[in-house]
Design a protein around this ligand. Structure first.
Ligand SMILES: [Fe+2]
Ligand SMILES: [Fe+2]
Length: 177
């Protein structure tokens, strides 16, 4: 997590969060596949808790980081392709949130040792979530981040990093769970 005391570069932090996102997508797949074979042991329940914690917390903060600091830079560009990319990436966040809200109750049930849901439907929802997320990360890393990086000065990046750290430290403890 970004810290107000650590002078970590904004884009290094965003890249690291993408690696965390990919790791948590792998964890989520492990949990969903264990469901398909009815093998939900303590390790899978723990993975389910980690997945819930991450997608309910840091993943949403990451979307806010981009909506507050990265997409507006692209949207202000005179390049129509960048403006369209910013619009699409912001819309993706809405779809990703909707997909996650569809998946979350099943993962919460798994974390509590229950399996009342339709596991085939959960697998399908996961496939949609994974495909959209991976496509989204690719567009950010190949276009949005490099183009925003070119347009931002070091002092802009430092201010953005401070806002990101302050927003996280202002969250109540319960909201980060
Ligand atoms: Fe994003
Ligand atoms: Fe991202």
């Amino acid at each position: 997590m970004i810290s107000p005391r650590t002078q970590i570069d904004l884009f290094d932090f965003l890249d690291e969060t993408h690696r965390q996102l990919q790791r948590h997508l792998v964890l989520l797949r492990s949990v969903v596949e264990a469901c398909q074979v009815g093998h939900l042991d303590a390790a899978e329940r723990l993975r389910a808790r980690q997945v819930l914690h991450f997608f309910n917390g840091e993943a949403r903060q990451h979307h806010l980081d981009e909506e507050n600091h990265i997409f507006p830079v692209l949207a202000a560009s005179s390049d129509e392709a960048l403006v369209a990319a910013a619009r699409r990436l912001r819309q993706d966040h809405g779809w990703l949130e909707e997909n996650w809200l569809h998946i979350e109750p099943a993962v919460a049930a798994i974390s509590a040792g229950n399996q009342w849901f339709d596991s085939a439907e959960l697998l399908h929802a996961l496939e949609v979530f994974e495909a959209l997320y991976l496509d989204h990360l690719l567009l950010e890393e190949s276009l949005a981040y490099p183009e925003a990086h070119k347009r931002l000065q070091a002092y802009d990046r430092a201010g953005m990093g401070r806002e990101m750290a302050q927003r996280r430290s202002a969250r109540p403890a319960a909201a980060s769970a």
